[in-house]
Design a protein around this ligand. Structure first.
Ligand code: MN
Length: 280
């Protein structure tokens, strides 16, 4: 099932994408597409619906982030060996965990807004894991039972604030529009192998990143288990699982986003995002 939210920013309604690519309005059966809507019983109820019986949403309607009321974004750094290498760092002995503000979330085709004074805003395509049921100290073998689905997540990163202003990475990771997710949330039953998904990102039509979730140092099950050993993962939380090589920081010389740039990102089965970069 491909779940979406559609409509103007701040007024989105829940929907699903039918087999023909038409958005169907779920607002008569679901108040909001949030963590509560991802409970197994709720998803089973949605799965039993006949999409053709739901109102069709006009083509061209804006898609928003496919999940509302995200509690937190837990992000994993340096989880692809080729990206760690380009960043001049060793693959850490244990996963690098940092937080990204939930207020950074935006829609899959919304502009990426450069913060005032930004000279080093960079791109990172990532597989985002959507938590569907509370996970606390779950063993790796049961971890995937807590995953409701997956979507594309861009971990947009201002490297000056992230790396040169001292302290932790969160400062450079949390500006508004720095966490576009979507276009849809694909439920986990349709992702039997989360470690085999090709992904790509281009800037102005030039391919910058291409990789596969197969190359993660720690896979989804290990990450859910690991993070849940430090904090409760709750329905509607997200884990951003790290990015493969090809970010602007790793280029010689480094290359960063400028107003007017176009960013496109895709992951197999999870659709594609398209963003224009604008100045604040
Ligand atoms: Mn990242």
């Amino acid at each position: 099932m491909k779940l979406v939210r559609f409509g103007e920013a701040g007024c989105e309604r829940p929907g699903l994408l039918d087999a023909g690519g038409v958005v169907r309005d779920l607002s008569s059966v679901l108040p909001e597409l949030d963590g509560a809507a991802l409970a197994p019983a709720s998803l089973a109820r949605l799965r039993a619906l006949d999409p053709a019986a739901l109102p069709a949403v006009a083509a061209g309607t804006r898609l928003g982030p496919p999940l509302a009321r995200v509690g937190k974004i837990v992000a994993i750094g340096l989880n692809y060996a080729d990206h760690a290498r380009e960043a001049g760092q060793d693959v850490p002995a244990e996963p690098t965990v940092f937080m990204k503000s939930a207020s950074a979330i935006s829609g899959p085709c919304d502009p990426i807004v450069l913060p005032p004074g930004s000279a080093k805003t960079d791109w990172e395509i990532e597989l985002a894991v959507v938590i569907g049921s509370a996970a606390r100290r779950v063993p790796e073998a049961q971890a995937l039972e807590h995953v409701a689905g997956y979507c594309i997540g861009l971990d947009i990163s201002e490297r000056y604030w992230q790396l040169e202003r001292g302290g932790q990475w969160t400062k450079g990771k949390s500006f508004d529009s720095f966490a576009p997710i979507g276009p849809w949330l694909l439920t986990a039953d349709e992702v039997p192998a989360p470690q085999g998904l090709p992904m790509a990102l281009s800037v102005n039509g030039e391919r910058m990143q291409h990789g596969s979730t197969a190359d993660m140092v720690c896979g989804v099950a290990r990450l859910v288990s690991y993070v849940s050993s430090f904090m409760s993962l709750l329905p509607g939380d997200l884990i951003f699982t790290g990015t493969p090589a090809g970010v602007g920081l790793g280029m010689t010389p480094p290359r960063y986003l400028r107003a007017g740039d176009r960013v496109e990102a895709s992951i197999a089965g999870l659709g594609a995002q398209r963003h224009e970069v604008i100045a604040a």
